[in-house]
Design a protein around this ligand. Structure first.
Ligand code: GLP
Length: 251
């Protein structure tokens, strides 16, 4: 795992946006795996700013989001689709049929999960998977447990994760769905490159366990240790428990 340390979350987002745009220039048909959550918001802001300055063209790019709540209509303010539309899709020139999200209202969940796996495969697989990190070490909605599910599946959300997502539902944890659809850990590990971003002290413990601990389903992000091309991008607070943090903070 290659660690990169940044003085601020904004500096991290700016550098990552430039990296993504460079990759996009090299390959306009780039396939991106995208996260939701608080952490990637500055990244989406920076990508939108680059697009507005004429520096980022998403017209031939394809995106796949990691996860979506079950039982929440696509237009609901709490859905990840709404989040993505507001923060990114509606602000750039990504074509609507090239951004993909799981449908949490699908009648046949199994079929929906299989459809998503097939769509990723048809797009040629994910070139760069951007990930956030749950405080409990989850990635996507792959929650800690006795075992992990390799492929896209129905996931039961822990109370901790529902609490973390409460801001999307008027801070009312009872309104946060108990289930979600998520790509599996195997799907994530098939991406050609992975960049996990984590910012703030609240992620420090999960970062430590992901990097320095055992590969264990108790810390789903620890499975990233098995991937040959993973970068972990941290701000200083998130790196505070890393035993040997990289010495040069970058901006
Ligand atoms: C959510 C999402 C994850 C995200 C994580 C961290 O539950 N399903 O994909 O990475 O929580 O969110 P945040 O960035 O808000 O801390």
């Amino acid at each position: 795992m290659h660690l990169r340390l940044f003085t601020t979350a904004r500096a991290l987002a700016r550098t990552l946006s430039v990296r993504i745009v460079r990759d996009l220039q090299a390959n306009p048909r780039l396939v991106l795996g995208l996260p939701t959550g608080r952490t990637p918001i500055p990244l989406y802001e920076e990508l939108v700013a680059l697009h507005r300055r004429g520096k980022a063209d998403f017209s031939d790019a394809t995106t796949f989001n990691l996860d979506e709540f079950v039982g929440i209509a696509p237009g609901d303010p709490g859905s990840y689709l709404t989040f993505m539309r507001r923060r990114f899709f509606d602000q750039v020139n990504l074509s609507p049929w090239r951004h993909h999200l799981l449908n949490g209202m699908a009648r046949n969940i199994e079929r929906e999960c299989a459809r998503y796996e097939r769509a990723i495969a048809r797009a040629g697989g994910i070139d760069i998977q951007i990930l956030g990190l749950g405080r409990n070490g989850h990635i996507g909605f792959n929650e800690p447990g006795d075992g992990l599910i390799a492929r896209t599946h129905l996931a039961k959300l822990t109370l901790a994760t529902r609490r973390a997502n409460a801001p999307l539902f008027g801070r009312n944890v009872r309104k946060v769905p108990r289930e979600a659809l998520s790509v599996g850990i195997g799907t994530i590990l098939e991406a050609r490159r992975i960049v996990l971003i984590a910012t703030g002290t609240s992620k420090a413990r999960a970062v430590e366990r992901m990097i320095s601990g055992l590969v264990t389903p108790a810390v789903p992000a620890s499975f990233l240790q098995l991937h040959p091309d993973v970068e972990i991008w941290l701000d200083v607070p998130a790196a505070s428990r890393v035993r040997k943090p990289p010495t040069t903070a970058r901006s």
